[in-house]
Design a protein around this ligand. Sequence first.
Ligand code: HEC
Length: 142
Amino acid sequence: MRWYRGAMMSVGGWLLGVAVGVAQPLSGLPGATMSAGQQYFGRYCSACHGMQGRGDGPVAASLRTPPADLTRIAQRRGGQFPLEEIAALVDGRSMVPTHGSREMPIWGERFAAMGGGGTVGEEVVRGNLLVLLEYLQTLQRE
Ligand code: HEC
């Protein structure tokens, strides 16, 4: 089991490294350098929110609630980007269901399942949210 825990700790370290902004060059695409945040966003979020985060992804039209324009998260909150609040929104597990059902996936559940649940699952949730939130902050308009 010791090798396993060690491996998981280095995954955690890697996620933290990414979260503080180490750009991960995307191999295979000539000249293209994408940050991890941009890659995650492209994979998990762009279908609805669009690659630029403006709420115009290919799936947007088929949703009952239009996906939020993610370049205006701070603008909608008087220029503030409240990390905890946005993390909880994206995670979704602590949200009280209000009107109708939420159309955005409960990312906390998905990311935890990707990590196999338990403590490792929670680490994956935390790591992914950090990477994604850092990227979202770069998208904010003045
Ligand atoms: C299936 C479509 C869909 C996907 C995929 C999706 N979202 Fe959303 N998102 C929505 C919709 C629709 C809303 C508007 C609120 C609601 O109905 O849930 C929303 C709202 C949000 C908000 C709230 C914005 C605000 O200012 O209150 C944030 C933040 C957000 N999404 C981030 C993300 C991130 C990060 C991802 C990728 C991990 C993602 N979304 C993936 C559909 C989606």
